[in-house]
Design a protein around this ligand. Structure first.
Ligand code: HEM
Length: 146
């Protein structure tokens, strides 16, 4: 079960670096300057608070697949309207992992990396698949539930 690992690391990270989200955006835009143009409807501070809020909400619901699906699928649809493409999720996840690792310092380890990577992959996949209600969402073929 990786949720407790993620939660305790996240708690450590936000205590150590309350400016976590600013650090994340700085790294993301340094590595991928083309992403900057997508943002800007809101102030950087408002955007940072939104990301922190989204992360905390997801972390609070890691064991709640219904909440995750019903929240993240429409959020993914909304992201398409912002111009977010599937490839961008990998860039965001990589920058977030690097930021978490650098703030965690010696407490970062391969188990934590795997736990975060798994959670972010799940979040990205759910957002990319979306609700399937919008035309042209290629990854939104009906999912078979088993
Ligand atoms: C890891 C998964 C992600 C989560 C949990 C997340 C979360 C959020 C949330 C909660 C919002 C505010 C939604 C609203 O407008 O009501 C938002 C907005 C936004 N997100 Fe994400 N996001 C994710 C991935 C991405 C990716 C990969 C990109 C691409 C670079 C991106 C770009 C944006 C943009 C451009 C906005 C609108 C900003 C603005 O209004 O200026 N997000 N995101």
């Amino acid at each position: 079960m990786t949720a407790p690992l993620i939660r305790s690391n996240f708690q450590f990270v936000i205590q150590t670096a309350p400016d976590l989200t600013e650090r994340f955006y700085a790294l993301l835009f340094e590595r991928s300057p083309h992403l900057r143009a997508l943002f800007g409807r809101r102030s950087e501070k408002a955007q940072a608070e939104m990301l922190a809020g989204a992360l905390i909400a997801v972390i609070d619901h890691l064991e709640d697949p219904v909440w995750l699906a019903t929240t993240l699928a429409p959020l993914g649809d909304k992201h398409r309207t912002y111009g977010v493409t599937d490839e961008m999720y990998g860039l965001v996840a990589a920058a977030l992992l690097s930021t978490l690792a650098s703030v965690s310092g010696p407490s970062w380890n391969p188990g934590l990396e795997r736990a975060w990577h798994g959670a972010l992959t799940f979040v990205a996949t759910t957002m990319i698949n979306g609700t399937g209600v919008h035309a042209g969402v290629s990854a939104a073929a009906p999912q078979t539930t088993v």
